[in-house]
Design a protein around this ligand. Sequence first.
Ligand code: SF4
Length: 348
Amino acid sequence: MSQDATSEGDLRNTGMSLRHDREWDYELERIVEEVEERDAKKVGLQFPEGLKRRGPAVADDLRERCDDDVTFLLSGQPCYGACDLDTYLMRRTDVFVHFGHSPMKESDKIIYVPLFSNVDPYPIMEESLEEFEDPDDDPNVGLVTTAQHMNLFGDMVEWLEDRGYDVHTRKGDDRLTYEGQVLGCNYASADIDADQIMYVGGGKFHPLGLAMEHPDKKVVIADPVNNVVKVADTEKFMKQRYGAVHRAMDADKWGVIFCTKIGQGRWEIAEEIVENNENAYLITMDEVTPDRLRNFDMDAFVNTGCPRITTDDGPRFHKPMLTPQEYKIAIGEEPLENLEFDTFHGTW
Ligand code: SF4
């Protein structure tokens, strides 16, 4: 991964890393209870990338607590969200435990273990207040965070209210579980009546998407994981997007990617493009990586899967990689000034 172009939005750098060796609550007792209640014999375990190495130890702890005839299977598939369930393993197990992400869609078979952070957010929230208007001038502040800090969301709202702010929050859409929650592809919870938003969470991945989706709002990052305050700056990302669109304007052959991950499929969009462009080829794949696309002799690609692969990893691909809307701009169906951040709504 080219450090400069993509590190800020690295999908692996979403506050779930082991850097601080935090203790996560894997909710082992709840899992054991569910396994016993369902008389499950095969249990699948899926961890996000940053916690995969903990998988064998968690499996050991569960083995100790369960009957000998219960088998635990670890998913080795890449996993960056609840959009990314290992459906192969899920079909072959009686219970499937997905760690680290909030439910995108409930299912009887899946146990979601959210893994709440135990980092104290208040010192860095206090520091971040310097970036906000004085509450006497403009008390309106939006508050958003990620699933890892949701256990404190109500307290964070109160904390801001105690300091004179009028805190605006909302629950986004079906793709989100909690009020105030954001995903890398969905910032509907920030559609609120405030020009300034506090994002509490680790890394820049989420707040950069937030700032691209809401360019009219000031997004202040209060990052309790790395102990820093920053204002999200999207300039570099936006330049990259314009650059990619420009480079794709001369393209003849287009590869249109349909992602087969359960929560990333936008079939109608992919289909519409190939139906209307005889030089467009539909390519199906689960993990969208530069290596996998290198052998396709295309002039440009359109990614209908995870929008962050396009915006954050885009420069790593050998040919321009566009979002569906950017494709329309590149072929002249929409003006360049319409360019918007690609988001994902609904489930599957
Ligand atoms: S589709 Fe959304 S939830 Fe899934 S990995 Fe991409 S940004 Fe995250």
